[in-house]
Each structure stands twice: as structure tokens, then as C-alpha cells.
Design a protein around this ligand. Structure first.
Ligand code: NAD
Ligand code: MG
Length: 336
């Protein structure tokens, strides 16, 4: 079982007299910076020239610098820019300017684990990865609560890297909920696997496969949408609240029997073998290499896929049906 740390296991004083530079002021950045500041930590924010977030950070009361300038002043540097940009920011701006013994911090292991950022042996390197989006990290802190986080130490040059990491975690409020120990390898690989096999890739294709099976068999798309997409939330809410057993207890006996006899026919041995293949391509670095090359080339594969997915019947039917649900806030994704 994982080791879990709480507020009482850390000492925020470890951070006193130190300056934390938070690079990036997006989802995670705004939450880390404000929570740390309210925990009594000295925080500066780093953003590139022309970033729209600069004004937001200033309005929230932070001094804003370029990453290079912030690196000169900081004792702890937290990278909260998008993962595929971290290597560039580190190599061009941070590494040439930072204090020799600065502590490098991350909220996801991708850049370090896959060798995109290779810190010198003189630096402590840790991760605090909240298990929730930034606005929840911020809101929970304001309510006196916290979002659980993962902690990992990649390099322990000072001998105090874990102490510093836990103080940081407590500073953003995670110690109120629990901070689970992991490694950069475990966090990175499991995170990628989860989003590919289950959360994003697996779930979306499961929904689509069910929807088009019904539509191709002559059922109305609107009815197929309700059964295969809309109701996913109702089921997931039950699973989230009380696990698989609670959901199964809550649905009808007919639904339960259908679950029992058909679930394993959909996610069968072949699907499980595919999951293991996906995991091995994450572990051996194939996925990371492809994604880095895709970015360098201007994302041609992803752009094509995004455009094709937007044009799907399930999306246009969904738009029409959601307009009949006045309790839903209208969400329309901008171009991406
Ligand atoms: P985000 O896209 O919301 O924000 C990125 C920020 O970086 C923005 O403020 C942007 O202006 C800034 N930025 C972009 N390029 C920059 C540059 N060259 N120099 C300086 N600033 C630059 O990102 P996010 O979702 O907060 O993710 C940050 C990190 O947190 C990632 O490592 C991510 O994996 C991790 N993480 C995110 C979540 C989440 O829920 N969003 C949860 C856990 C961990
Ligand atoms: Mg994830």
C-alpha cells in the first residue's frame, strides 16, 4: 500500500526564507501560487513576454518575471507550463540562469521521466501532482480543505528533497487530504495509460462504438445518444460515490444481469491484450517519442483527427439534444 503523508508529517517552515517561482499561471499555476502565498510562502510568477496570464497574475498580487529572471531569484522552481514546452523553457531560460542548488519541481513526471529535462546532479528534483484540476485545488484550499496529491523525489542532492516536497504539498493544501508517495516513473506511466486506455481514449471510443452500433441498426440517433453518452454521467457519478458495487446496487436487476453477461464480451481478452500493448509502448518510450515528434512537426496527425472527430454525427446530435436541456450550461469547444 502507498505511503500517505498529512499536514502533521510536514513542516512549512522548511520553505521560510525561500522564494518559490511558479512558471506558468494556467490551471495548476494560479492555484499553486495563490495557495502557497496564503500559506505564508514567498512566491513569484514567471510567464513569457506577451502571455495573457501576466495581467491575471499581477491582479492576483504577484510580481511577474520572465522565466529567466525568475530563475535567478528562486530557490524552488515549479514548472507549470504545458508538458511539451517544459524542456524548452528549462533549457533556454531556467538552466542558464538558476542558482546552482535550486530545487526543481514538477506536477507531472513526463518531461523528467522521458529525459526531456535532464537536471544536473546538484539539484533536488521533486513532484507534487494534485489529483484534481487547478480550480478545484484553489477552491478546496479556500474552503479549508484540500485535494489529494502524489509526491515523488527524482533526485535528492541536498538530502532534504522529500522534506521540501512535503512542505510544498502542505503549502498548496494537499496535506489536508493526503499526499501519496510514488515515483516519477509510476506517476508518468500510469497517468498516460489511464488517459489513453480508460479516461479519454477508451471511454470515448466505447461511447462511439455503442452509439454507432445502434444507429447502424436503424435506431434513432437521438435515442442512441441518450443511452450511450448522456447516461454515462449518471453511472459514473454512482461509481465515483461508492465504487462499482454501489452503482450495481443502484441500477435495476436487469441492468445488473446485462452487466454480468455482456461486459466481458465488450472488453474481452483481445481488448485487454491491446491495453497491455499500449502500456508497453508507454513504458518503452515509443509514445513519448511519437508525441514529441508530432509536436515538432506542427501536430499534423492530431489536427486531422480533431477535425474528423468534430464532424461526427454523435457531436451534432448531442448539440441539438443539449439545447433541450436548459439546466446544462452551454459548452462549445473553441477551435483547438
Ligand atoms: P495550462 O495549459 O493550464 O497552463 C499553462 C501556463 O503556462 C499558462 O499560464 C501559459 O500562459 C503558460 N506558458 C505557456 N508557454 C509558456 C512559456 N514558454 N513560458 C512561460 N509560461 C508559459 O497547464 P496546466 O494544465 O496547469 O499544466 C501544468 C502542469 O501541471 C503540467 O505538467 C500538467 O501535466 C500538470 N498537471 C495538470 C493538471 C490539470 O488538471 N490541469 C493536474 C495535475 C498536473
Ligand atoms: Mg492524468
Amino acid at each position: 500500500m502507498a505511503k500517505v503523508y498529512y499536514d502533521m508529517d510536514a513542516n512549512l517552515k522548511v520553505l521560510s526564507g525561500k522564494t518559490v517561482a511558479v512558471i506558468g499561471y494556467g490551471s495548476q499555476g494560479h492555484a499553486h501560487a495563490q495557495n502557497l502565498k496564503e500559506s505564508g510562502v514567498t512566491v513569484i510568477v514567471a510567464l513569457h513576454e506577451g502571455s495573457k496570464s501576466r495581467e491575471t497574475a499581477r491582479n492576483d498580487g504577484f510580481e511577474v518575471f520572465s522565466p529567466a529572471e525568475a530563475a535567478k531569484r528562486a530557490d524552488i522552481i515549479m514548472f507549470l507550463v504545458p508538458d511539451h514546452i517544459q524542456a524548452d523553457v528549462y533549457n533556454r531560460e531556467v538552466a542558464p540562469n538558476m542558482k546552482e542548488d535550486a530545487v526543481l519541481a514538477f506536477a507531472h513526471g513526463f518531461a523528467v521521466h522521458f529525459g526531456q529535462v535532464t537536471p544536473s546532479k546538484k539539484n533536488d528534483v521533486f513532484m507534487i501532482a494534485p489529483k484534481g484540476p487547478g480550480h478545484i485545488v484553489r477552491r478546496m484550499y479556500e474552503e479549508g480543505k484540500g485535494v489529494p496529491a502524489l509526491v515523488a523525489v527524482y533526485q535528492n542532492a541536498s538530502g532534504r528533497a522529500m522534506e521540501i516536497a512535503l512542505a510544498y504539498g502542505v503549502g498548496i493544501g494537499a496535506g489536508r487530504a493526503g499526499i501519496l508517495e510514488t515515483t516519477f516513473k509510476e506517476e508518468t506511466e500510469s497517468d498516460l495509460f489511464g488517459e489513453q486506455a480508460v479516461l479519454c481514449g477508451g471511454l470515448c471510443e466505447l461511447i462511439k462504438a455503442g452509439f454507432y452500433t445502434l444507429v447502424e441498426a436503424g435506431y434513432q440517433p437521438e435515442v442512441a445518444y441518450f443511452e450511450c453518452l448522456h447516461e454515462v454521467k449518471l453511472i459514473v457519478d454512482l461509481i465515483f460515490e461508492g465504487g462499482l458495487s454501489w452503482m450495481r446496487y443502484s441500477v435495476s436487476d436487469t441492468a445488473k444481469y446485462g452487466d454480468a453477461v455482456s461486459g466481458r464480451r465488450v472488453i474481452d481478452d483481445a481488448a485487454r491484450a491491446n491495453m497491455r500493448k499500449i502500456l508497453s509502448e508507454i513504458q518503452d518510450g515509443t509514445f513519448a517519442k511519437d508525441w514529441i515528434l508530432e509536436n515538432r512537426a506542427g501536430r499534423p496527425r492530431m489536427k486531422k483527427w480533431v477535425a474528423a472527430e468534430r464532424d461526427q454525427l454523435i457531436e451534432s446530435v448531442g448539440r441539438d439534444l443539449r439545447s433541450m436541456m436548459p439546466w446544462l450550461a452551454k459548452k462549445e469547444a473553441p477551435e483547438y
